[in-house]
Design a binder for this molecule. Structure first.
Ligand code: FDA
Length: 387
């Protein structure tokens, strides 16, 4: 059997970007191995069959970037809607507009403040702790936004995300907690934002739709590794610890349980995302997917909606790894895995799992384009070493 020129492990945005560039620009024959039954990695979505609503199967995915090159590149495969993401947060029976902004401050403290008055109020309330000497997440958060806002909007949510009391969490988990002294409540502040017009799966499938690219689904790399290891260059985007048989110990991740249901109302919450800040509510947020595509209203079954409750917890073996926990112990292991990865002949490690980094979609694409420019193209086009 003829070997491909390049094997890519994982059909997520990182793997697809590398595959597309190598096939299109260098004419390489690329084989993508993907262990799931679909391509697209965690950005994959599908239509809920009963209601016709597009559901992001691994949690809500909103595209945003300020990187011109990534924006131009993504637009080769899909157009984007003009959706602008907003998030609301429930606390003690009230709904507030997030992130922390003037509307929230006014509503929460029960009276109107000018931007200067609000600044002064938050500065007084945050003087309880000094940011530089904060010893845990709670003290750090209070030093940034004051105790009342911390207790309502950070404490319960963070405790649920980490299943740990914020006084036991490291202060470095947060660097900033920006407060906007305006009524601007767009969630992202990037130049470009939107959702793929005909869905994520159409976008991601187009990236792989090239005569030189073969995608082999439901194929675990480790089951077929002997056919390729040491024979062709490999770009590996699976978990780095798994590649080395967890020899240095497992890296820790948080995961999210997603409970999807169809409800008997045309509109459950009036918006896409509502965070639940009260600690005694077990889930962290509810996503109502139809609100991501108001322009598709006519294609959605009337009188029904798809909602997803999200529950956050530490990942155990077999769970989907979503967010790196990144303890000091994890960082020490990662350094050892990086050395092993550097020494592994003909294999490059990339993507969020291969580098143990939370990457937004635009970052995964940007980092794949850099690997292409700096390593793959010089190797295949000019014979440079694969490093
Ligand atoms: P990704 O995980 O997508 O792909 C890796 C692929 O490798 C997977 O398909 C996996 O099955 C496969 N694989 C692993 N091991 C293998 C093996 N041994 N053999 C074969 N295949 C193997 N970003 C953003 O911009 N906006 C957002 O709103 C969100 N929201 C969001 C929510 C949640 C809950 C998460 C966890 C993440 C986001 N993201 C996001 C981030 C986004 O999901 C991320 O940028 C991309 O998934 C990164 O793409 P990768 O290709 O690196 O990994």
């Amino acid at each position: 059997v003829q070997l491909p020129d390049l094997v890519i492990v994982g059909a997520g945005l990182f793997g697809l970007t590398v595959a597309e560039r190598c096939a299109e620009e260098l004419g390489l024959r690329v084989l993508i191995l993907e262990r799931r039954h679909h391509l697209g990695g965690n950005a994959y979505s599908e239509k809920n069959p009963e209601t016709g609503v597009e559901v992001h199967k691994y949690g809500a995915h909103l595209f945003h970037t300020s990187n011109e090159r990534v924006w131009e590149y993504a637009n080769r495969f899909t157009s984007f809607t003009d959706y602008r993401h907003k998030v609301f947060g429930k606390y003690q029976g009230q709904v507030y507009s997030l992130p922390l902004n003037l509307a929230l401050i006014n509503q929460f403290f029960g009276r109107s403040h000018t931007p200067d008055e609000a600044r002064e109020l938050i500065s007084e309330q945050s003087s309880e702790f000094d940011t530089a000497s904060a010893t845990n997440l709670e003290e750090k958060a209070i030093s940034l936004i004051g105790r009342p806002l911390y207790e309502a909007f950070i404490k319960g949510y963070t405790a649920k995300q980490w299943q740990t009391d914020p006084t036991e969490l490291s202060a470095d988990i947060i660097t900033r907690l920006p407060v906007r002294y305006t009524f601007q409540n767009g969630w992202f502040s990037d130049t470009y934002e939107g959702l793929p017009t005909d869905g994520y799966t159409a976008w991601l499938s187009r990236m792989a739709d090239h005569p030189n690219i073969e995608v082999r689904l439901e194929t675990d790399f480790f089951a077929v590794a002997d056919e390729f290891k040491g024979k062709v260059p490999i770009v590996y985007t699976g978990p780095v610890d798994e590649y080395f048989g967890n020899s240095e110990g497992r890296l820790s991740w948080r995961t999210v349980d997603l409970e999807e249901s169809v409800v008997d109302t045309g509109d459950f919450q009036g918006t896409g995302v509502v965070n639940y800040n009260d600690q005694d509510v077990p889930f962290t947020r509810i996503i109502e997917f139809k609100h991501f595509h108001p322009e598709r209203e006519k294609t959605h079954l009337p009188g029904k909606s798809v909602i997803v409750h999200e529950y956050s917890r530490f990942a155990e073996e077999g769970d989907e790894p979503y967010y790196p926990v990144n303890t000091a112990d994890d960082r020490a292991k990662l350094l050892k895995y990086r050395d092993l990865a550097k020494a592994e002949p003909m294999v490059l490690f990339g993507g969020r799992l291969g580098t143990y980094k939370y990457l937004d979609m635009h970052m995964a694409i940007g980092s794949a384009l850099s690997m292409y420019d700096n390593t793959l193209k010089p190797h295949f086009a000019e014979g440079a070493e694969l490093k």
